[in-house]
Design a protein around this ligand. Sequence first.
Ligand code: 5GP
Ligand code: ZN
Length: 119
Amino acid sequence: MAGEPQADCLFCKIVAGDVPATVVHETETTLAFRDINPQAPTHVLVIPRAHYADAASLAEAEPDVAADVVTVAGRVAEQEGAGDSGYRVVFNTGAGAGQTVFHAHAHLLAGRGLNWPPG
Ligand code: 5GP
Ligand code: ZN
């Protein structure tokens, strides 16, 4: 059923507590934890607790939870001191765009210059 935990999904295992993660924020619908291979001083993954393969599938099925993911990204950015300096929220979607974990997640990146777009 849509949104149900998947036995072979790494992020479902993190939600269940079966794989450890450094959690920085939790809500009823979301979990935010540090990326294991950070690409910036702040690199946090914000995920829905429910399993959807990507952000668009999540938004279509549960728009309120998709909004929660974006809201939490902003809260964590504030918590990390990046509210004023700025931050980036990225949803890689599809293997061709670099998605490797097929449980919807936002990358929150902050704490260094992000050089696209230039200027
Ligand atoms: P994607 O490439 O699918 O957009 O992002 C998946 C992210 O998950 C990658 O940035 C990768 O470093 C991170 N990741 C992979 N395995 C783990 C893990 O076991 N724990 C944590 N915290 N992050 C992980
Ligand atoms: Zn999952």
